[in-house]
Design a protein around this ligand. Structure first.
Ligand SMILES: C[N+](C)(C)CCCC[C@H](N)C(=O)O
Length: 289
């Protein structure tokens, strides 16, 4: 079993994640709160009230879990290609798989990673939305969750084990097709500027990886908004009854534009994050032979 693909998936994911987390926090806040006028307003308010640390809220669990999530994604992707085309990753440069196979493998990887990602993503979103500064003025109420573990335990106690998977269905719908698009875009762009049988250059990998991130996030953004809202709603009375209910009531109350909230920031974040993810992934796999 190609263990190195799982490890490469983890290290590359963690690097990308740290880089993109501040933008991710701004995005989550814009998608789920109505107090900000736009990106700049959100950045300024977050910085004033919570300092630079505010942008890094909710990062520790994603870093710890990206190991599992990305190794499932890249590992399942590679194993599905192995099953479909009978080629290992070393052989795939000489015998490239068809884009249909790449798409199926990407969707399979996307589908499988959701079940690892869902609880960690939920905790991340809940912590990112806590706008209380770390040093609170005396007398002000403490934030609802004291940290990731407290957050996980509280959700478990208040909403039961299923509560930890709130928004998981929306996440499945968001990630299954869009990770197919992700790997197809990456492979297609790499092959455009690489001679047959050769490894793509670092510049090619950076551009193809970054573009794969943008393409997949552009398609994923509407369901990303729905997912974040379902995750924040919890069991509050009047909360959405499900994905469809959330789609309909968000559109009714805020217009169709609501589905594109976070699109600019998702794209800005997606390029560097996924350029770094693919560059380190390719680099690690090559250096391990
Ligand atoms: C499928 N979807 C577009 C949601 C994500 C694809 C890129 C995943 C990467 N870890 C990132 O955070 O950018």
């Amino acid at each position: 079993m190609p263990v190195e693909e799982f490890v490469a998936g983890w290290i590359s994911g963690a690097l990308g994640l740290v880089l993109g987390h501040p933008l991710d926090t701004v995005k989550v806040r814009l998608q789920t709160q109505t107090t900000y006028r736009g990106i700049i307003d959100c950045v300024v308010k977050t910085y004033r009230q919570e300092s630079l640390l505010g942008f890094f809220k909710g990062m520790s669990f994603p870093i710890a879990s990206i190991a599992m999530v990305n190794s499932v994604l890249f590992g399942v992707y590679s194993h599905t290609l192995l099953a479909l085309t009978a080629t290992s990753h070393q052989e795939r440069r000489a015998q490239p798989p068809s884009f249909t196979h790449v798409f199926i493998a990407g969707c399979t990887g996307g589908f499988m990673q959701v079940y690892c990602l869902a609880p960690f993503d939920l905790i991340k979103v809940r912590l990112q939305n806590q706008t209380e500064p770390r040093a609170r003025p005396p007398g002000s109420p403490p934030p609802r969750y004291r940290g990731p573990v407290h957050c996980a335990v509280s959700i478990f106690q208040e909403e039961g084990p299923r509560g930890l998977f709130r928004g998981a269905w929306a996440l499945t719908l968001r990630d299954t097709p869009t990770l197919g698009i992700y790997f197809v875009t990456y492979e297609w762009l790499c092959r455009q500027s690489t001679q047959d049988g050769q490894n793509p250059s670092s510049a090619t990998v950076l551009v193809a990886g970054g573009s794969a991130g943008i393409a997949s996030w552009a398609v994923a953004t509407p369901l990303d908004v729905i997912k974040s809202r379902l995750q924040m709603a919890g069991r509050k009375p009047g909360a959405y009854r499900g994905v469809l209910d959330c789609v309909v009531s968000s559109a009714r109350q805020e217009g169709l534009g609501v589905f594109f909230r976070g699109l600019t920031i998702n794209s800005a974040r997606a390029f560097p994050v996924n350029a770094v993810t693919f560059l380190s992934y390719e680099y690690l796999l090559r250096s391990w032979g």
